[in-house]
Design a binder for this molecule. Structure first.
Ligand SMILES: N[C@@H](CCC(=O)N[C@@H](CSS)C(=O)NCC(=O)O)C(=O)O
Ligand SMILES: [Fe+2]
Length: 293
């Protein structure tokens, strides 16, 4: 029986490369059993490592993401796009779960809310603020395309996705089998679910955003989960394949996309004049540790 399986075993290691003939071969009941065993093993080895929470700040409709490697003795954790107003909620959760916050990261210099990274640094000694070098913002760590940010055995890879702002990046979980599967892409405001970030300030460019999304995000496996920085429509998560098929802006050709983006006629974010200068110094970057705020 083992010999019988061995003809197909390589298919189980490369599930995204299947032809229709190979897919049919995997429908054999014995093969299906093996597939299930592999996926159970795969999910227990990868997802049991990762603790993941999606958190929401309702005034700015911002998502904050908490990721931790709970298989590591320290349970190291990071936050993506924390908001100043919800820092205490986030820290309560981190403490309740016994995690050690290591990184407070941003996908870009936000225009609609003040980042929580500065406050987090004052409340949790040792936390490092992280942003792209291209953002021009102040922080403890500056990222460039291809860099990796690790917590325990889990890592995020940095992809440059400018266009909404000049320094926007997308953080993507690793592709190896020991990393969480399916992959997860934290797209900031580059891709929103069924939408995308505006391109009319902070060095925005619709031409550049289109190129960024098509070269850096839509080239990821179709089952990659999309977790954006905002949602205004009641969505929580999408996939690369779903957005490639149904995104009303990004499915168009580039010229149509540019025309859509130059006719959005959106009001400027209410907090832009406060948020951008504050976020250029990572919120409250220079406050001393554990200041009484
Ligand atoms: N009404 C909000 C701001 C809404 C807004 O402009 N959102 C940005 C992302 S935050 S920089 C955006 O890119 N929106 C795209 C869209 O299609 O809505 C406020 O006043 O704060
Ligand atoms: Fe933004």
């Amino acid at each position: 029986m083992v010999t019988h399986f061995s003809r197909f075993q390589h298919l189980l290691l490369q599930p995204r490369l299947l032809s229709s003939h190979q897919s049919r071969a995997l429908q054999h009941p014995l093969i299906r059993t093996l597939t299930v065993i592999r996926s159970v093993m795969g999910s227990s080895s990868s997802s049991s490592k990762l603790l993941f929470r999606q958190l929401f700040e309702k005034e700015s409709s911002t998502f904050t993401y908490l990721l931790a490697d709970v298989s590591h003795p320290d349970k190291p954790a990071l936050l993506i796009d924390p908001v100043d107003k919800t820092v205490d909620r986030d820290l309560k959760l981190i403490n309740e779960l016994g995690l050690k916050l290591v990184y407070a990261m941003n996908t870009h210099v936000h225009a609609d809310h003040v980042t929580g990274t500065g406050l987090l640094k004052t409340k949790v000694p040792g936390v490092k603020s992280v942003i792209s070098k291209a953002s021009g913002s102040k922080a403890d760590m500056f990222l460039e395309p291809g860099d990796r940010v690790s917590i325990g055995d889990i890592y995020l890879e940095v992809r440059a996705t400018p266009g909404h702002t000049a320094g926007c990046v997308t953080y993507v979980t690793g592709e190896e089998a020991d990393q969480p599967q399916p992959r997860m892409a934290f797209t900031g405001d580059a891709v929103l679910i069924r939408g995308c970030g505006r391109t009319d300030f902070q060095g925005g460019s619709s031409d550049q955003l289109y190129e960024s999304v098509h070269s850096q995000i839509f080239t990821l496996p179709k089952d990659t989960l999309i977790y954006p920085a905002h949602d205004y429509k009641g969505y929580e998560v999408s996939t690369v394949g779903e957005e490639m098929q149904h995104n009303p802006r990004l499915t168009k050709d580039k010229e149509t996309f540019k025309s859509i983006m130059s006719n959005l006629n959106l009001a400027y974010p209410k907090m832009i004049d406060v948020a951008v200068p504050a976020n250029m110094v990572c919120g409250l970057q220079d406050l001393p540790p554990q200041a009484n705020l």
